[in-house]
Design a protein around this ligand. Sequence first.
Ligand code: FPP
Ligand code: MG
Length: 305
Amino acid sequence: MVEFSEREKRQILDYLELLREEINEKLDKYTDFGERCPKYLAEPMRYSLLSTGKRIRPTLTLLACELCGTLRSHALPAACAIEMIHTYSLIHDDLPALDNDDLRRGQLTCHIKYDESSAILAGDALQAYAYEVLSKDVFPKDVAGRCVAILAEACGPCDLVGGQADDMAWKANGAPSLEFLESIHHRKTGAMILAGLRMGATIGGASRLQMEKLDEYGRNYGLAFQITDDLLDVTSDEETTGKHVRKDISQGKLTFPSFLGVEESRKQAYEKVRAAYDALNVFQSDSIVYKCMVGLTQQLLDRKK
Ligand code: FPP
Ligand code: MG
């Protein structure tokens, strides 16, 4: 993998921070509804959406677009749309009927800060609004249509929601296998990461080869992301992650560390990161965008939250 100089590391961090700011600013604008939306709905939506998420998925959308040679501003609405869907999924995941969590992104979860009905409706509204943003603000319209299809598939019954359903119910499905575990991880986490990349690449006008390579990258990145997320639950603390830890064990979740142990999970994460990195070689260049993709990927092995 790549050893960056101190100067390059600084450039990468600065660039990623710039993208984060652009995403946060646009999310803020998008949810400035004024009188059009009841305050008691807009408030919980903004509370969760504008909190301190890492913005990984929208960042990947912007980077994929730029990597394919198109101005990232074209992909900003799609970047915001995926963060809205991601945030809705976190709000609902934290509800008492699902993971029953009271801490997320270093703050009270939406249903604790407000109440359950507000959290359910805030999630519902964010989900619908993501598609409004995509269909109205992505151009040309055939590209918008393709993005709607990409996102809808990734967060629908076979991916995000299906993966979440299996995650909740896996005990009913017999003895676990590594294949089943990877399939849950891919659907509940990887698919959204892949969708972010696919939308960025579609807006960026990716060639067939670029699209294939970004897919390969995304599949491996997504799995590495969830494996390292599982590892944080075992090895990190609340202050660093901004959410409760050891939840997976207490809830009997099927995770990489519970299935393979910590060391083997680290090895698996390394292998996926390596495969993701290798998939980028078709883009190999000295550009800051390429370096950011590589940097983001390698950062997974050193993930703190
Ligand atoms: C943390 O992302 C979230 C995950 C690793 C995904 C877990 C999957 C779910 C919660 C699926 C829920 C689905 C439904 C339908 C309820 P992150 O570390 O990027 O979080 P951040 O945005 O706060 O940084
Ligand atoms: Mg949870």
